[in-house]
Design a binder for this molecule. Structure first.
Ligand code: HAM
Length: 403
């Protein structure tokens, strides 16, 4: 038997139903907010992720499924969706159109991480990217939209937010932070020491307990924001409060991808173990420009589908559609035209083997059909079908044309 690769899994019956329910619910909400579907390739030039997610990030530095294809191109299985969507946006010259554009997508992402509960090497995201709107109102709207998706799926969450500032306030803060980190360098872990050089903001995110306690006194960006970022962040928190969406400000929330500025957020669940982030996102106003497009503000998020699968409350299975069966061999083929006609309006399960009454009733129950429809010798002769409504228990015999 050949097993799936480590960190990858099949989605079989129960899980695949959950998957479809999550995606369908999320699409329903995204459409209400004006988002359109976008599909981008799974395989991209490695340079795309180096330039967007960032060379110093763990995703690019350690986790990429990167290889040379048969044409000698350096390619990579996408570790996330935003970079590809931005590349597609620029490629289609949508950055030159005056209208705001909003896209949703879902599909597999690949990160060569150490697999554990909630952490896969192939996982699926549902994501949204909104282009052309620089107002913090859009950040609020996106957070509202994620809350609506989780509420429709019956999932509780904690929301953590932060501001990562902009090109005015981030550089002087970074300088200050590096100064602080250099002073405590010898006490920080190896990873942090490497990051002081490559990406000092990520040091704040270190999970090492000693580092965390040393970092308690680190300068905080949230108290050093420029006027615009500060005012936007205050607006966002005020809007969340008015809307009754609870949040915590986490000044160490820096996200693992380098393209963010201003608003950054994560939705977390306490019910799924240590890999608790169920969605993450934020603003990335410089990325379109960085990938050779015209300056275009943007904000987006992605939900980790596998992480919320076991949290989802599935709707109760409703009896639905028709079970069609024959009680004599001769009647089997008379079922086909009925099935073809009825499949235009509802789900039809057609049993090819002729069977006794009890067997058919069991079959109809197994597939949760609303109606059990049978043809026996008499029905075949009279051009009728026998119909039982499995909810009301009513039975009747009707002409095929009238069914
Ligand atoms: P991210 O935080 O890296 O953001 O991933 C989003 C979500 O994907 C996480 O919150 C988590 O639920 C899920 N996820 C990440 N890695 C794994 C894994 N190894 N196994 C299972 N689930 C995982 C992004 O990817 C950004 N592109 C989000 C974004 C869109 N920002 C702006 N627009």
């Amino acid at each position: 038997m050949i097993n799936p690769l480590r960190g990858m899994k099949d989605l079989t019956f129960d899980e695949s139903q959950r998957f479809v329910h999550i995606v369908t619910t999320a699409i329903g909400v995204a459409k209400k907010y004006g988002y359109h579907y976008i599909e981008t390739p799974i395989l991209e030039e490695t340079a795309l992720f180096k330039r967007s997610v960032g060379e110093s990030s763990d995703i690019v530095g350690k986790e990429m499924y990167q290889f040379e294809d048969k044409g000698g191109n350096d390619v990579c299985m996408r570790p996330e969706g935003t970079a590809g969507v931005v590349r597609a946006f620029v490629h289609a010259k949508l950055d030159r159109q005056p209208v705001k554009q909003k896209f949703y997508y879902y599909g597999p992402m690949f990160r060569y991480e150490r697999p554990q509960k909630g952490r896969l090497r192939e996982f699926h995201q549902f994501g949204c990217e909104s282009f052309g709107e620089g107002s913090v109102y859009e950040d609020f709207t996106i957070i509202t939209m994620i809350s609506q998706i989780f509420s429709e799926l019956g999932i509780g969450f904690d929301l953590q937010i932060n501001s990562l500032g902009c090109t005015t306030c981030m550089p002087p803060y970074k300088k200050n932070l590096v100064k602080f980190l250099t002073e405590i360098k010898d006490e920080l872990c190896e990873d942090c020491n490497r990051r002081i050089e490559t990406n000092p903001i990520r040091v704040l995110d270190c999970k090492n307990k000693t580092c965390q306690s040393l970092l308690a006194n680190a300068p905080k960006l949230i108290t050093n924001l420029c006027q615009e970022c500060d005012s936007d962040f205050n607006k966002l928190t005020a809007l969340l409060e008015k809307a009754g969406i609870e949040y915590q400000v986490d000044t160490n929330l820096v996200r693992g991808l380098d393209y963010y500025n201003k608003t950054a957020f994560e939705f977390v669940s306490n019910d799924i173990g240590s890999q608790s982030a169920i969605a993450g996102g934020g603003r990335y106003d410089k990325l379109v420009e960085f990938l050779d497009g015209k300056p275009t503000p943007a904000v987006g998020f992605a939900i980790g589908i596998e992480r919320i699968m076991e949290l989802v409350q599935m709707p109760e299975l409703q009896k639905e559609g028709i079970y069609l069966g024959a009680m004599t061999e001769d009647a089997v083929e008379a079922l086909f035209p009925i099935a073809t006609a009825k499949r235009k309006e509802t789900k039809v399960t057609l049993e090819y083997a002729s069977k006794g009454f009890k067997s058919h009733m069991k079959g109809a129950d197994k597939v949760s059909a609303r109606y059990c429809v049978l043809i026996g010798e008499d029905e075949l002769k009279n051009g009728t079908v026998w119909v039982k409504d499995l909810e009301s228990k009513e039975e009747r015999t009707v002409l095929v044309e009238e069914f």
